[in-house]
Design a binder for this molecule. Sequence first.
Ligand code: SF4
Ligand code: SF4
Length: 410
Amino acid sequence: MQTNLQENLLKTPQGQEANSILRSCVHCGFCTATCPTYQLLGDELDSPRGRIYLIKQVLEGEPVTDKTRSHLDRCLTCRSCETTCPSGVKYGRLIDIGRDLVEKQTSRNLTEGFTRLALRKIIPYPQRFKFLLSLGNIFKPVLPSVLKDKIPGIEPAAEWPDINLPSNNHSRKMLILSGCVQQTTHAQTNVSTANVLNKLGIELIQQNEIKCCGAVSHHLSAPNEAIKTIKHNIDTWWHHVNNGIEAIIVTASGCSVMLKDYAHLLENDENYALKAKKISELAKDISEVIASENLPVNKSNNSKPTVSFHSPCTLQHGMQLNGVVEKILSGAGYKLTQVKDAHLCCGSAGTYSILQPRLSKKLLINKISALQKNRPDIIATANIGCQMHLSTKSDKPVKHWIELVEMAIC
Ligand code: SF4
Ligand code: SF4
């Protein structure tokens, strides 16, 4: 694609990156076939190709309107289009750059602005999140069903404010990102992870002062806030890195992909570029770690439940780890069902289910129908956002897959 970006933008690293991405798109439209929002809305401007064109216009200095912003807001950032694109267009990077520019050139109404600010100031802070969740659970019986459905319970096992993982002493040591929402609603995920790794001779170290990976601020167009969180995380982890930690494990795939992106986000920071690169190299989704180990599967237990696995977009498109968890679960003796349109997003997509409820609900209904079609006993997934979102409509329990692995090993 030919481009004619504004001179001032071409002098910035973001402008240069956007220019190179735009030039790699040949406008073929293959990506439209796998874009969830294009499938639902049928509008070219709600397709990857349409959004690429909109961002090109913004970068070339065309007027930016609320309509432009709406089309970018409706993108799930699921990156299904990246998996499909034969030209390797880095759409995920381009939409981040486009959103930042559009956010600066438009203003949101009070409700939208407040909602986005509230999400940034609540979700990454477990104490605030837990407080609001407790209130929500108290008033749940009198809330309208549209709100009631969105309030998850609080896991009884969750101790507050910090979850103490089972501690075991092994020479192999890995760090774990505690996570923000997951610690409050599904604390069992990290406990199961520690138990499985213990069987593999790996000790998990948790730094309770680190909660959020920075993804919430990053995806709500607050880049400076995200960078502040990332630098705090790097500084807090750094002495463990110097001590030779083997990996930094993440159990929510949405956060895994974010940690792997630290290198890119800080590549132009003279003080942090090298450290961020090292953190990204050490960052591992839990599926990558388990896939490279020999699981001690308990062969005597043959009657395992049937599982439908929902592969989060961050796992299959963001990190290109499609099929890895499915292979682990099959190896652990679970029978997996076929899931139609497994490449499509469930509609959770970070804060998307709150900011775009209508589209999110349609995607959720389609996903639940596909997951339940072959009558599984359990639905499994790999990201806390998807887990909570699917739980609001599923008749079956929705678990993190590592809990199933814990049940299958001896
Ligand atoms: S992003 Fe890729 S698939 Fe989509 S129009 Fe551009 S080159 Fe084609
Ligand atoms: S990221 Fe997902 S929703 Fe956004 S354009 Fe690509 S396929 Fe469509």
